[in-house]
Design a protein around this ligand. Structure first.
Ligand SMILES: Nc1ncnc2c1ncn2[C@@H]1O[C@H](COP(=O)(O)OP(=O)(O)O)[C@@H](O)[C@H]1O
Ligand SMILES: [Mg+2]
Length: 268
């Protein structure tokens, strides 16, 4: 290693102190949350946001204290999917209090976008700073579950977020198609490299034209739990409420997935 002059050494120590302080503040802000569960997939459009929102709504419906955190930086769609357009309030301590919808506290990257249609090109350090800021300044209170809607893929964005926010477990979403299977396996391998806990695989849009079975196959091949199938249904077109609150069949699908996921979580 090259020699540092005293000014460089001081700057390095200051930077480390800042990082440490940031980490401490994040830990403090998240201290009241018992379980942080990420919802993740290799591809966009497989139903990650849908699963995150319906899982959160199902758990809240069944009496748990639940929050949802939307950190899909490029497509933060949770606000739309849960039909909640209230902005967070700012409390006395300058912390943001998430708005609540269907018993779920909602915090999203979308709150910080000027215009919904405008794409923000996020780079690694920007994502890092934005997530840090959001995590430090949100007052979640006490929660049983924080469901986190992650960006898809194996690029910078999901990696950065997984590094900043330590999750207790991940639910991986796939669809029944063969190509989705390849992506899902790739993304599971990435998540595993980060040594995070994969709770299992959910197959979304199961049945009908897409067929079924890829989720179970991936789970078997990678020695993971299969958490269940969520059927392809026209009911998802009604966006007034999370679909699990509109249909008992859907509610039961999500109950079954969450029971299995939580069983895996508590056994690890
Ligand atoms: N099981 C399902 N049946 C029917 N439509 C679904 C289902 N799951 C998701 N969708 C629809 O598919 C689209 C993409 O889902 P979304 O959750 O936004 O995917 P992602 O977050 O992975 O990009 C949305 O319009 C959603 O309503
Ligand atoms: Mg999404």
């Amino acid at each position: 290693m090259s020699q540092q002059n005293p000014a460089q050494a001081r700057a390095r120590i200051e930077a480390m102190k800042r990082q440490f302080e940031q980490k401490r503040q994040i830990d403090e802000a998240l201290a009241g949350i018992k379980n942080k569960i990420g919802v993740y997939s290799g591809k966009g459009g497989v139903g990650k946001t849908t699963i995150a929102v319906n899982l959160a709504a199902t758990l809240a419906n069944d009496g748990a204290r639940v929050g949802i955190l939307d950190v899909d930086v490029d497509c933060p769609n949770v606000v739309r999917a849960i039909n909640s357009f209230d902005q967070p309030m700012v409390g006395e301590d300058k912390k943001m209090i998430p708005p609540e919808k269907f018993g779920v506290k909602v915090m999203s990257m979308a709150f910080f976008q000027e215009n919904e249609d405008e794409a923000i090109i996020w780079r690694g350090p920007m994502i890092h700073n934005a997530i840090n800021q959001m995590l430090q300044s949100t007052d979640w209170g006490d929660l049983d579950y924080l469901i986190v809607d992650l960006p898809p893929g194996t690029s910078d964005a999901p990696l950065t977020i997984m590094q900043v926010l330590t999750m207790d477990g991940f639910i991986v979403v796939t669809t029944p198609q063969e190509l989705a299977k390849v992506d899902a396996k790739r993304s599971i391998n990435m998540v595993r490299k980060l040594q995070v806990n994969v709770l299992g695989v959910v197959e979304n849009m199961s049945g009908g034209v897409f067929g079924e079975g890829a989720g179970k196959e991936i789970a078997d091949e990678l020695d993971l739990d299969f958490l269940g199938a969520i059927g392809l249904r026209s009911e998802y077109q009604d966006t007034s409420k999370p679909t699990s609150l509109l249909s008992n069949d859907v509610l039961n699908e999500y109950r079954s997935v969450s029971e299995k996921a939580l069983a895996v979580l508590s056994s690890t």
